[in-house]
Structures are given as structure tokens and as C-alpha cells.
Design a binder for this molecule. Structure first.
Ligand SMILES: *Cc1c(COP(=O)(O)O)cnc(C)c1O
Length: 330
């Protein structure tokens, strides 16, 4: 059965390219590395949230909504992309960012600067739960005669995850045209929407390799459970019936120890190597950790030389500007 895709609001430049990482492959002396450039989705700095927002904005508009509310960390790429999507769609946008407004200049840079340029109203959750603050903002918007939609963390519900089923259809078409096949697709996984969509898309479009999410912040079992249940719910949303994908959900959580958004030597080395070998910018929180993990696994001999790996770049480079000190520390 093929998915019954709902409407999209066009925001992304698609298809994103698939390119070889020839110099990085040679440097590491392991499997053949390729990259899918979802950092180039084109909307105000790009990233995986552009794809999710195509479906999320269409769904919100279909319900008559004129204001988007979402939550995230100070340097959330999802919040920056939501602000840009709202601007393009002519909707209002409120962002609830976790904690207090940062005092350090560099921490106000990066995504937070862009949120402001994109015209979002910013609320700081302080001690409160960001979801509770978002509810209060929504109630307030209603009083003002607006019709708000609350988008969950990372845009990871069935509507958002649908975009990565769509993305797998795109990738499988590219692989066919390029006469390429991969043993693994590897990427950063956090709120699980991307992985749920890729896993479901792999099933629907017959991808034969393995799909490995490198966890950025959650323990392996909890992320696996979340991804499997979101993938099943997304299948139902797309009229694919009941599918169980628990067996196809693979998570490596070996790199979460330092904590969310904490830059260590693993991320720093991955960011510098990818920049200096390929001219490609990773981000400090997600893709830096995922590529750092992949490099570590290659060095441990987790893959053979003959294997081919597709690293799916999920974006996030604007956050680099909020990490100038740790990135340039010797
Ligand atoms: C949000 C994000 C991810 C994680 O995607 P999920 O769907 O939340 O798992 C990975 N990389 C970047 C750059 C992101 O902004």
C-alpha cells in the first residue's frame, strides 16, 4: 500500500542533494560515506524542520489557524524554522524558550537572533513548564481574536513525521537514479519525528539497509519506544493500516552522557573535520554529535570498508554562532 499524503504548504527546496564525502571517507579509511543535504532545505538556514513544517503549516491552515506557537531550547532550530514558516505563510508566531533569557552575548546570537529577525514573539518559561506557558499564550491569542495552533516539541507528531516518509520517497527515487544503495542511513535523533518517518518510509518504499538514529539526549530504550509508537501512529494517519516497525528502530545512545547541547571533543572534532575535509557545516547540538558518534563507530570497526553509509544532515548550522568560545578553545 502507498501512503495517502495530506496537503503540503511549500517551504522547502526539494529534492535536497545526495553527495559523496570523498575526502572524509579517505581520511577515516572505513566505509564509503555519503551525505543527504537537508541542511539545504532553503528556509532561513534550513534543516529537517522545514520538511515537517510543510505538513504542519498546511494542517494548521486547514483548521483555520492564523498563529503558530511552539516550544524549544534557547538555540532551537525548530523554533527558528517555525518562525520562518509562519512569516512566509503570513501567520503570527510565538515561541516559548526554556529557562531564562541568556545574559552572555554569544548565547543571544545564532538561532535566537534569527527568531527575532523573523518576527517571532519570544516568551521565557523560567521555572514553569514550557507546555504550560504555551497553553497560556494560546489562551491569550484567542482573547485577541486569533486562532492559534500549538506545534509540539520538534514538530514531532504524526503530521510532522509524515514529512520524513515523503523524504524517504524522495531519497529512494534519487538512489534509483544514481544507481546507489546504502547499508546504513545514520542521523541525529531527538524528539523522534525524523526517525519515525524514515523508518516508516524505509518500510513503505523497500529500503533494504538499516536505519540508525544516534540519540542526542534520550536513553536508547525510551527513544526506541517513542519512535516505534510514532511510526505506527503515522502509518495509521497515512491510511497504511496497522504496521509494527519496532524491529526496524535502531538507536545508539552512547554519546548522550555529557548532556543535551553540551559540546565536547567528540562534537568539536566532527564539526572541524567535516568543515575542513568537505566544506560542510554541522551543528554543535545534533549533527555534530551524530557525526562524532559515526566517526567513533568507524574507528571502533563497527562497519566494513565495502559498506556504504548515508549520513542524513538535518541542519542546524546557525547554532554554531552561539558556540564560538567552546568551538575555538584549544
Ligand atoms: C530537531 C533536530 C534534529 C532531531 O530531529 P527529531 O525529529 O527531533 O528527532 C536533528 N538535527 C537537527 C539539526 C535538528 O534541529
Amino acid at each position: 500500500m502507498k501512503p495517502n499524503f495530506p496537503d503540503r504548504y511549500s517551504l522547502a527546496h526539494l529534492p535536497t542533494p545526495i553527495e559523496p564525502l570523498a575526502r572524509l571517507t579517505r581520511h577515516l579509511g572505513g566505509p564509503e560515506l555519503w551525505i543527504k543535504r537537508d541542511d539545504l532545505t532553503g528556509l532561513a538556514g534550513g534543516g529537517n524542520k522545514t520538511r515537517k513544517l510543510e505538513f504542519l503549516v498546511a494542517a494548521a491552515q486547514a483548521q483555520g489557524c492564523d498563529h503558530l506557537i511552539t516550544m524549544g531550547a534557547v538555540q532551537s532550530n525548530h523554533c527558528r524554522q517555525t518562525a520562518a514558516a509562519a512569516a512566509k505563510a503570513g501567520m503570527g508566531c510565538s515561541l516559548v524558550l526554556r529557562g531564562e533569557k541568556p545574559v552572555q552575548d554569544s548565547r543571544r546570537n545564532g538561532n535566537l537572533l534569527l527568531d527575532q529577525l523573523l518576527g517571532a514573539h519570544i516568551y521565557w518559561s523560567g521555572e514553569k513548564k514550557p507546555t504550560a506557558v504555551a497553553e497560556a499564550v494560546a489562551a491569550n491569542q484567542k482573547k485577541l481574536g486569533r486562532t492559534p495552533a500549538i506545534i509540539p516539541y520538534g514538530g514531532s507528531n504524526v503530521v510532522g513525521a509524515t514529512s520524513y516518509v515523503w523524504a524517504m520517497q524522495e531519497a529512494m527515487t534519487q538512489l534509483e537514479q544514481m544507481r546507489l544503495n546504502f547499508d546504513f542511513i545514520v542521523f541525529a535523533s531527538s524528539s523522534g519525528g525524523t526517525q519515525s518517518g524514515i523508518v516508516l518510509g524505509a518500510h513503505v518504499y523497500g529500503f533494504r539497509g538499516r536505519v540508525l538514529g544516534i540519540s542526542v539526549d534520550s536513553a536508547a530504550e525510551s527513544l526506541k519506544t517513542k519512535v516505534a509508537s510514532l511510526a505506527t501512529a503515522t502509518a495509521a494517519h497515512l491510511s497504511l493500516g496497522t504496521v509494527s516497525l519496532a524491529d526496524r528502530v535502531e538507536v545508539n545512545a552512547d554519546y548522550i552522557e555529557p548532556g543535551y547541547a553540551v559540546l565536547t571533543e567528540t562534537e568539536r572534532e566532527a564539526i572541524q573535520l567535516t568543515a575542513q575535509m568537505e566544506g560542510i557545516l554541522l551543528d554543535p547540538v545534533y549533527t555534530g554529535r551524530a557525526m562524532g558518534g559515526l566517526i567513533d563507530l568507524i574507528r571502533w570497526g563497527a562497519f566494513t570498508r565495502g559498506q556504504k553509509i548515508l549520513f542524513w544532515h538535518t541542519g542546524g548550522f546557525p547554532a554554531l554562532f552561539a558556540y564560538d568560545a567552546p568551538l575555538t578553545a584549544a
